[in-house]
Write a protein that binds this ligand. Structure first.
Ligand SMILES: *Cc1c(COP(=O)(O)O)cnc(C)c1O
Length: 251
């Protein structure tokens, strides 16, 4: 995809997000955009970051886009080549223990924490840092077997345990929406994540005071997610076009 195409598509996506905020009665800019750059090459990601910087310089008023990778291998391949632009990287896929060190060289946040073992490993690696590592608890709201994440029922307890670990700052909750053509089903799933968030914040356990974030909504369901309170949408195909299927790549 040409850099003109990426520029145009990013502008369209930001318009979609802004319109969704208006439709939800929320202030424009209430929702941040993360670009899911899996399978995209460095030049394409660079074009998107340049387009974002240009839009903001022209007064778009949008917060800077974030970048997200599912696989640590892709993160460590792309991040060094983009270091001059100092993007903020989030890990958005399951993180194996043997990849934690490599991931933490580049990622400012891990959105896919779904068990206490990973949270403890992250905490051990960052507890001596001056700034905490941002973590999100991933919840499987649809119950689909292919999806990573803790069950909604178990999420509040896990969140409280994660939030109490040294060096971590629980920023909120992440989910991948139900794979369904029924808008009601998709929205119910997002509402479920919001209910988990509300329960945890209201519970007031130590370290949960910042856990207001809701990372939910992708290219096909961002409007539903924004209506249900998303604060961060993770977008791939809407900006970059269809991904070429690559061996071993989670689509
Ligand atoms: C790929 C991916 C996205 C973006 O998906 P699109 O449908 O291409 O927008 C968002 N979140 C996660 C975890 C992903 O793996």
């Amino acid at each position: 995809m040409s850099s003109e195409d990426v520029t145009r598509r990013l502008a369209q996506v930001q318009d979609r997000v802004a319109a969704a905020c208006v439709a939800a009665g929320r202030p424009p800019g209430a929702v941040q955009v993360l670009l899911a750059s899996k399978t995209m090459d460095v030049a394409t990601v660079r074009a998107a970051l340049a387009a974002d910087a240009a839009a903001r310089a022209a007064g778009s008023g949008t917060p800077p886009v974030l970048l997200g990778e599912n696989r640590v291998q892709e993160l460590t391949a792309k991040a060094p080549a983009l270091v001059d632009l100092s993007p903020t990287w989030h890990v958005i896929g399951p993180l194996q223990s043997n990849k934690v060190t490599a991931a933490l060289r580049w990622a400012s946040a891990v959105e896919s924490v779904a068990d206490e073992v990973l949270a403890r490993r992250l905490s051990d690696r960052v507890r001596d840092r001056p700034e905490p590592l941002e973590v999100w608890v991933q919840v499987n709201v649809s119950g689909e077997a292919t999806k990573h994440g803790v069950t909604p029922d178990a999420a509040p307890d896990l969140a409280a345990r994660v939030a109490a670990l040294p060096g971590l700052r629980l920023a909120g909750f992440m989910t991948i929406g139900a794979r369904s053509d029924d808008e009601r089903v998709v929205r119910d799933g997002f509402a479920r994540l919001r209910a988990v968030r509300d329960e945890v914040v209201a519970g007031g356990a130590p370290g949960t005071g910042h856990a207001h974030g809701l990372s939910m909504g992708m290219s096909g369901d961002l409007e539903a997610a924004v209506l249900e309170g998303s604060t961060l949408v993770r977008l791939g195909t809407a900006v970059f076009g269809a991904r070429r299927p690559a061996a071993g790549t989670v689509a």
